[in-house]
Design a protein around this ligand. Sequence first.
Ligand code: UDP
Ligand code: MG
Length: 316
Amino acid sequence: MATKKKQSVDIVIPVFNEAGVVEQTYVCLRDVLNGLPYDFRLIYVDDGSRDGTIDSLRKLANADPRISLLMLSRNFGHQAALTAGMDAARGDIVITMDADGQHPPEVIPQMLDLIKQGYDIVQTQRLEEAQPASFKKWTSGLFYRVINIVSGTRMLPGAADFRALSRQAVDALKSMPEYHRFLRGMVSWMGYSSIILPYEEPKRVAGKSKYSFGKMLRLASDAVFSFSLMPLYIGLSAGAIFIILACAQILYVLNLWISGQFQKIVPGWSSLMAVMLIASGIIMILLGFIGVYVGYIFQEVKRRPHYLLKGDKRDE
Ligand code: UDP
Ligand code: MG
């Protein structure tokens, strides 16, 4: 009797300077996967680590044949590392998760069940109430509020890059070639049948966050400028309001002249300066926005690859 072939699942795990941490989180992940009726493959993507992470990963790969290792030629960032892993994935289902223990593997069986039920995207959502107040929580809350105002694509607050995708959804994502990648937004833009799975985020197993403030800002600007033209409209409408105010002022002055009350017009240096400063401020902001978009266009038209691989155990 022919046995039904097990579905293959690729788990993509980007890693940057996580020596020590990867071994611990691998053990937890392995324990969860061992009981599940799927063919798993773990794709660890080393994003240019400079500590002993690569040695740890090699050790793991030698002990477990289900592990493949991809090494990027330098630190390209979390989103590029995820992209590299998804490009290498061949499974029927692809799961992406962090290596630091903040994405609990205990959620994976539920994710797989939902994909089996026919969903293309199982998107997890961090339960914010469970998080202690912190700078990261505050900036993340602010970010989602802003992005949902300026972008036409609705983005889920607390959405993590911890999700399961069907083959169809992975192929769709791979067909989106943009250089500035904000995967959370790209996934919600795609549509398909998706479901939200809330989870409580544990603390990092060890080590510090690899998202420096600069990297957080870069991700936020990728999200805003690649998902919205709203900043241009903000500048334009502020400019329009100023032109309307200027017209009103001209009418007011004309009216005083016509009614013979021109002695009322006091030489108004301060008001003139205020108008000039505000108007030139708006022009500068608007030029800045245009500059950012031109910069983004410049980087897109270069059509650079999102990442480069270093030779080693590259997957066949
Ligand atoms: N990471 C990466 N490249 C980077 C920054 C982070 O591959 O440039 C990895 C990191 O090793 C971790 C995941 O992406 O597995 C999430 O990063 P982190 O935990 O530092 O972010 P946070 O949870 O603080 O948002
Ligand atoms: Mg983390």
